[in-house]
Write a protein that binds this ligand. Structure first.
Ligand SMILES: CC(C)(COP(=O)(O)OP(=O)(O)OC[C@H]1O[C@@H](n2cnc3c(N)ncnc32)[C@H](O)[C@@H]1OP(=O)(O)O)[C@@H](O)C(=O)NCCC(=O)NCCS
Length: 170
């Protein structure tokens, strides 16, 4: 089982859009109902005008899911909300095919991405994520990948309680 990462390109958008329509992804992610919404969200990062980096995760060379990272300090409102600042990178992900969830792949995806991509930036000293508290699979996958829950907060975007999970550079 080899999980690798490459930066997302415009050619990936039809697949990524289709993933967003699947109920197991849509349940926990911002709705991207039309292809135009998906393009409007991802194209600025693909072109480098928005600082988040979106990657495609591949399993043995085949698309497995999407994983993204950003410096929390690039988003001051969010940084204040989670009480993190310089040196902290955020992380979010999903596996595109529900049949590939629950097999340990999400945990491995997080673990490798943190080591190979997030902490490749020398100034990054911590990585955080904010799964919905009810998203047990996500909270647990982060925990198994070495994150620990540090606090809970209500995200004003969805009104839900989220767990802030954090892993420091080892
Ligand atoms: C969240 C996600 C990335 C996790 O990846 P995964 O491959 O499914 O997770 P893993 O198999 O590595 O680990 C899941 C863990 O949660 C546990 N789990 C899963 N569903 C659970 C549930 N309903 N209740 C309790 N535990 C649960 C599993 O048993 C496993 O823990 P264990 O190994 O100790 O038994 C994946 O499920 C996914 O993409 N979900 C849809 C989108 C999403 O929620 N993204 C995250 C947004 S923050």
């Amino acid at each position: 089982m080899a999980i690798t990462f490459r930066l997302m390109t415009r050619d990936d958008l039809p697949l990524v859009h289709e993933w967003h329509q699947r109920p197991h992804v849509a349940r926990w992610w911002t709705a991207r109902t039309t292809f135009e919404e998906t393009e409007a969200h991802y194209v600025p990062t693909i072109e480098g005008t928005e600082p988040t980096q979106h990657y495609l995760a591949l399993l043995d060379g085949e698309p497995l899911g999407m994983i993204q990272t950003y410096l929390v300090s690039d988003y001051p409102d969010y940084a204040a909300l989670i009480e993190e600042g310089e040196g902290t990178a955020g992380l979010d992900l999903f596996i595109g095919d529900e049949a590939q969830t629950g097999r340990g792949l999400g945990t491995e995806m997080i673990r490798r991405f943190v080591e190979e991509i997030v902490f490749a930036r020398p100034e990054t000293i911590a990585c955080t994520a904010d799964p919905d508290l009810e998203n047990t699979a996500s909270v647990r996958a982060f925990e198994k990948a070495g994150f620990r829950a540090v606090r809970e907060f209500v995200d004003p975007e969805d009104g839900q309680l989220h767990a802030l999970v954090r892993r420091e550079r080892s």
